[in-house]
Design a protein around this ligand. Sequence first.
Ligand code: HEM
Length: 371
Amino acid sequence: MDPQRRRGLTLGSSILATPRSFDPCMPTFFDTGSKYHTAWRRCFDDEIAGRDALSTALINNAALFRSQAQPFVDAWLATAEPHAQPAVAACVFKLIMRSLFGVTNPDDVPEGLVAAVVAFSSTLGTLGTVVPSWSHDFPLCGVTQTKYQEPARHQLAAFLLAHCSADAPRDDLKGAPFSWARMAAECDVGAPQFVQSVVDAILFAGVIGTTTLVHLSALPRLRGVNKPRWPTRVAAQAPQPSRDAYQAMYRADSTAWILEAVRLQPPVQSTGKLLPTDERCPFMRGDVTLPRGSSVVACLYYASVDKAAWGDDADAFKPGRPKERHLNWNGPFGGDAPRKCPGEQLSFELGRVMLDGWMGSKHAEVESVAA
Ligand code: HEM
């Protein structure tokens, strides 16, 4: 375990030092070089995100994953307002339960748990996650934790321990049988603590990240209601494509389209690390050396539209930019970054299957006429 929490994740430039909403085992606080993080990553990579059934579903252009996901996507598209955040979050969560934890029957996921997860990923739930630690003393932050975060965190942990566990009685098993106790022992923590750390990663990175990808980065463009981030500057420099142009570009190459939407509206906005060695800061006239152990933060939001890196048309929506330059699932520390997102392929395919469903549905057309 990494009791010193020598790593902070930052979102929207708020530094999370010791928020009470997360267990100290939450990956957010991993020191990437620590024994705990290395063991946790191995368990998560090999036994959860990389478990055999999911890896098989994701090969061959994710053909099996797509067929498994289709009934969930159809149910999502049949809801009254599929573009609304709660509907997107509920579908993302059920797909994560299906693909990561092997819960094949959507009715096995209690409605109360789905509602709690939707609340967790709402604006107020997310606020409780990203505010700096000191502001947790303000009443609003306490409320967001108890009302919007704790129910999802605790209900999901209880569900996984009761229904997705190798130790669960056969009749109680609703998903894949995970060996929580063994993974926890490998990380040198108790099973409930380990499960909670996985739950926090799933809710925070998986549900909020992927919901944001679909609901904020992508759908507003396909619906023709996207607003530029910096209205004045962007409107002057890069006129917004029309909805039909966005849809035509999506049909031409959905992979390039999603990468470009995520570049301009990153679902995870910043990433940081502790410097393993002294390093010269490239900013502030370049004459400051940051000592080893400094916490450095890269803002993906701004890095992804830096003209020096992306060219003068950095603000424009132009699918097909060099893939290796995209920062979204890696942070700026390269494809082998110690905390490179282990859910990259899953979250990409999850977003794509939902967006493909949307594009093939009446919603794309109806909105075309109505707008
Ligand atoms: C099913 C969906 C997802 C899962 C299961 C997932 C899982 C995770 C986990 C467990 C980590 C922490 C890794 C560690 O500490 O070693 C992580 C980090 C990260 N994820 Fe994901 N993620 C998902 C979706 C996304 C999405 C949609 C994005 C953005 C496009 C994203 C971007 C990132 C980034 C940038 C990091 C590194 C954060 C940092 O270094 O501070 N993830 N993810």
